[in-house]
Design a protein around this ligand. Sequence first.
Ligand SMILES: Nc1nc2c(c(=O)[nH]1)N[C@H]1C(S)=C(S)[C@@H](COP(=O)(O)OP(=O)(O)OC[C@H]3O[C@@H](n4cnc5c(=O)[nH]c(N)nc54)[C@H](O)[C@@H]3O)O[C@H]1N2
Ligand SMILES: Nc1nc2c(c(=O)[nH]1)N[C@H]1C(S)=C(S)[C@@H](COP(=O)(O)OP(=O)(O)OC[C@H]3O[C@@H](n4cnc5c(=O)[nH]c(N)nc54)[C@H](O)[C@@H]3O)O[C@H]1N2
Ligand code: SF4
Ligand SMILES: [Mo]
Length: 727
Amino acid sequence: MDPQTHYRACNLCEAICGLEIKHLNGQVLSIAGDKADPFSRGHICPKAVALKDVYEDPNRLRHPQKRVVGADGSISWQEIGWEQAFREVTVRLREIRAERSPNAIAFYGGNPSVHNSGTLMAAPGFVRAVGTKTVFSASSVDQYPHHFAAWQLFGHPLLMPVPDIDNTDFWIIMGGNPIASNGSIMTAPDVAKRLRAVQERGGKVIVIDPRRTETAEKADQHYFIRPGTDVYLLLAMTQVLFAENLVRLGRLGTLVDNLYRIHDAVADYTPEAVADRTNISADAIRQLTRDFAGAGRAALYGRVGVSVQAHGSLCLWLINVLNILTGHLDEPGGMMFTLPAFDILGKKHPAGAPGYTKYDRFRSRVSNRPEFMGELPVSCLAEEILTPARAEGEQPIRALVTSCGNPVLSTPNGGQLDRALDALDFMVSVDIYCNETTRHADYILPPATGLETAHYDVTFHALAIRNTTRFSEPMVPKPDGMLYDWEIYEYLRLYLEDENYSAETGPKPENPHQKVDLALRYGPYKEQNLSLQTLRNNPHGIDLGPLQTLLPDRLMTANARIDLAPQLLIEQLTSISEQQLTTQAKATAPENLKLNSLQLISRRHLRDNNSWLHNAHRLVKGRNRCTLQINPTDAAQRGIINGQTVRVQSRVGLVELPAELTDDMMPGVVSMPHGYGHNRPGVRLDVAQAHAGVSINDLTDETILDELTGNAALNGVLVDIQPVTFQ
Ligand SMILES: Nc1nc2c(c(=O)[nH]1)N[C@H]1C(S)=C(S)[C@@H](COP(=O)(O)OP(=O)(O)OC[C@H]3O[C@@H](n4cnc5c(=O)[nH]c(N)nc54)[C@H](O)[C@@H]3O)O[C@H]1N2
Ligand SMILES: Nc1nc2c(c(=O)[nH]1)N[C@H]1C(S)=C(S)[C@@H](COP(=O)(O)OP(=O)(O)OC[C@H]3O[C@@H](n4cnc5c(=O)[nH]c(N)nc54)[C@H](O)[C@@H]3O)O[C@H]1N2
Ligand code: SF4
Ligand SMILES: [Mo]
């Protein structure tokens, strides 16, 4: 038999590159970029080959696992059938719900949920069947502030603008490293080439980051900014716009309200007032603002670095405001809105309706944090488990379902969460590995994954810098005895809803990809006769053209206007203006830390993918990437030499790892990758354990949050660093 060729989109990161995979009888022979994909044009990165590794990985779970504790306390895992797994899991969930309450059962959804249309569309049905409000996800260690700003300004949390980098002449990147991450809230395959193209047409790229990143290396200019101080830079840039009469609202002039309130709110934040705090000189702030305002086509783009900090929501709000005030929002080459073939925004609210309301409808029990988008901040998860009921009717979490997530490594104070998971009565994980989180589960339910699945990028087409659409079929049928993720959620729902449910005679799981078909048929491109069948006939994907100007039609606010100065954000700004110290600095100043503490930030490497690709041999080989990067001056002050093991301590924990001395770090700031720390008992990841590293989130502090959203402030944590001396 001849090898077959399979075309699909890589679902590992947000770039959704097209792949061309040669395979024979289910054996992967090669993975290359799909040159006929109109969007990615043949680009791939080294992670794409890891799809083969995951597909073949002997550690990947292929049958439901039940944890068995022996008489001597030893733990073993028993392979069981699906019928037994579904029945036992739902019996326990029903019991806990009856004895306690639905809210005693928590749910955590991790990042791959969004990269997996089966989970994305089927998991919510199961959560509704449980009836719990205690829902968490990786969104609150990531992009909550983006959603919050989008909701406050444009009326819907998913209406987030993306930089039109193919047409821009001036691109400011704050707190993003797309050359390593391949872009985020900006689906842009081959971002390196697109960045180069900006420069080749005479444009400029400016990076603002406490680390001289791989992106900064390629940029025209890079400014070191002190972690957590971006809000002050943004306030000062806005102040300069008013002070130098650079505000040009352009087409949006008739749509915006409360311009004067912005003017008043920023008036005190002159460049001189913020220069020391931010580490960016007043002259540089003025020049940057003038250049940005004066550029014909310019985009100010911020990402994880400005989102996972104590002022995340203020930063994302001001970034949007700056784009609006300079006429760069909703204009080619600026920050633009997408019109995806599967439109995730849903229907507009009827005139007079209150608009989007999913904020603060309820609060977390222990820290009183507001709900947002139907979820609570994951920083609260451990305390919700560990804090007993303090009053009649209070309901601690007693059971947890995790889906595509590894919060022990990915959320702040992961060490505490690790301990909290042991205190649960019951835990279930829908996951392909037994890792740092899922090893605590009573049952692990592994879905077919990657090459075995059908996939439509519901989310990332909606965040792409060009409107395109593409559907991936499974490369091979899923192996006998395996279920797709959507089947697992649908069965859990069916067994939960009816205790006498039988898979033989009862209703069958509903394939969520039918929803894709409907969305395509009745979506924005219905005149082009889009359907699942059209996409099947076009396996390289279909180009729907560059981003278009969409306002005011696309606005989702109740009054179809943009309030530049929403009350919640103005109040938050007033409260930080009144503080001498930032919330972050206050909360991170533990008495036992020395005054010469450094600020810890995270970094990403092209060959990592959060916590879960370290079992792919070819992605972890080579030099150890789990190092503490530190500026040589800071190292010398502490007597630290390159390669030496250092002890890093924060309020919440302590880790030891090798130091890597580099001028790429701003003095006063150190960096570690996240997603490492595989050296825990019971983890079944042979390759990852041989490259275990340590977890940055054993240092990050769950009490430091963005006040408005509860998003974790993972960056800027104060740490004390000492060389480890061997005796
Ligand atoms: N300090 C620090 N912490 C961070 C960050 C940071 O920059 N610094 N970044 C944050 C960000 S942006 C994010 S998004 C989070 C990510 O946080 P998480 O989503 O909690 O972590 P991941 O490492 O992505 O875990 C993915 C899990 O999904 C499983 N998985 C993979 N494929 C499938 C599949 O097809 N089906 C199922 N059911 N499971 C699958 C993997 O085995 C793994 O257990 O981490 C956050 N944590
Ligand atoms: N290779 C790889 N690709 C990935 C991932 C991965 O783990 N590995 N994860 C995926 C996920 S889940 C996401 S969300 C995206 C994230 O995509 P990006 O946002 O591009 O990710 P990072 O590389 O973490 O970039 C954040 C930058 O912010 C900087 N920074 C830290 N603190 C501050 C600060 O206070 N101010 C400013 N201005 N900058 C700061 C950091 O130095 C870093 O360079 O990447 C995705 N792609
Ligand atoms: S850039 Fe992202 S989508 Fe493209 S091949 Fe690499 S991991 Fe896959
Ligand atoms: Mo993320």
